[in-house]
Design a protein around this ligand. Structure first.
Ligand SMILES: Cc1cc2nc3c(=O)[nH]c(=O)nc-3n(C[C@H](O)[C@H](O)[C@H](O)COP(=O)(O)OP(=O)(O)OC[C@H]3O[C@@H](n4cnc5c(N)ncnc54)[C@H](O)[C@@H]3O)c2cc1C
Length: 283
């Protein structure tokens, strides 16, 4: 049986962050839809379980359980298991939704809501179930949520931190940079920290409330990943003690090679994840 809930493969990070002891999957309702930019749609989801959702990290992700033609059902409205895979196995195959990973951009326990910022990346073959679902999402729609974790995990005493994101990792990066305590018990990005963000167009550039030096790389007609060679321009990599690299898989691979090169950041102090991969579904 294909596991429905496989945690996204975070290829490696400094050390495993705190994880949940149990994972819940439950039903949620779309309560609002807002276009932040022509390419980024914010969907607000509400579910009773979101009132006591416990955030692990500022970049917590979850599995959006996208209903099939017959809608979505979760036995007993909520299921719990010790692993996401275990949660999946409790959903009968006939009702099994399609899964895609997204970041919790904001969590409001008082109204039991989360905001999810979803990239609308095309139509037809260029789209996928996640992007298509967001394109058509309307208040009142039912969807499922399965809890995941977060990966931002700076090593102790990491003052200068380096971030690299594309538009899919922008919600996670903003959450980290704007959070007062992005990884409890670990340092916030300190003086000299830098964030590089590659986006398709000027319209995708957004205000971020942070002291971190944010450098936008607008792609325009350049190829995806054009900014990778620039992320160390003018940076004393020697002084960087932690790096968080999340974007398209090939971009991340190249960025990691660069950042961990001679005199660079120790591989054990780099968190990296391919958020999507050209030409492949990311389930
Ligand atoms: C931990 C984690 C957190 C994530 N958080 C977010 C988030 O908050 N917001 C967000 O939008 N995405 C996020 N992503 C990325 C998202 O899961 C992928 O983009 C996913 O592929 C989207 O699913 P889909 O069904 O739209 O496309 P898929 O069915 O997975 O892919 C279909 C086709 O679309 C292409 N494709 C997928 N994504 C893109 C893209 N962004 N641009 C161009 N082509 C694409 C694929 O290469 C493939 O050819 C996250 C991923 C991970 C692992």
């Amino acid at each position: 049986m294909t596991p429905l809930l496989r945690l996204p493969r975070v290829l490696r990070h400094a050390e495993p962050p705190a994880r949940r002891e149990t994972y819940r999957a439950f039903l949620a309702t779309v309560v609002a839809v807002e276009d932040l930019t022509p390419r980024m749609r914010r969907v607000t989801l509400r579910a009773p379980q979101l009132a006591d959702y416990r955030r692990v990290r500022a970049d917590d992700f979850f599995a959006l359980l996208i209903p099939g033609d017959g809608g979505i059902e979760i036995p007993g409205d909520e299921i719990t298991a010790e692993t996401p895979r275990g949660v999946a196995e409790l959903i009968p195959e006939a009702q099994r939704p399609t899964l895609r990973w997204y970041t919790i951009r904001a969590h409001r326990p008082s109204s039991a809501e989360i905001d999810v910022d979803i990239v609308l990346h095309g139509s037809g073959l260029a789209s996928g179930p996640g992007s298509t679902w967001a394109t058509h999402a309307r208040p009142g729609d039912a969807v499922g949520i399965a809890e995941g974790n977060g990966v931002y995990n700076p090593v102790p005493d990491a003052e200068r931190q380096l971030f690299f994101a594309d538009i899919t990792a922008l919600p996670a990066l903003i959450s980290i940079l704007e959070s007062a305590d992005p990884a409890p018990g670990r340092p916030r990005p300190g003086t000299g920290s830098i964030a590089h963000i590659e986006v398709p167009s000027e319209e995708d550039v957004t205000e971020i409330a942070t002291d971190v030096d944010v450098r936008w790389h607008v792609r325009g007609t350049e190829r995806t990943g054009f900014s990778v060679p620039r992320i160390l321009d003018g940076v004393d990599v020697d002084g960087i003690s932690y790096a968080w690299l999340c974007a398209e898989a090939d971009m991340v691979k190249r960025a990691r090679r660069l950042v961990s090169g001679p005199g660079g950041v120790s591989k054990s102090a780099i968190t990296f994840s391919g958020y999507w991969r050209h030409g492949q579904a990311r389930s």
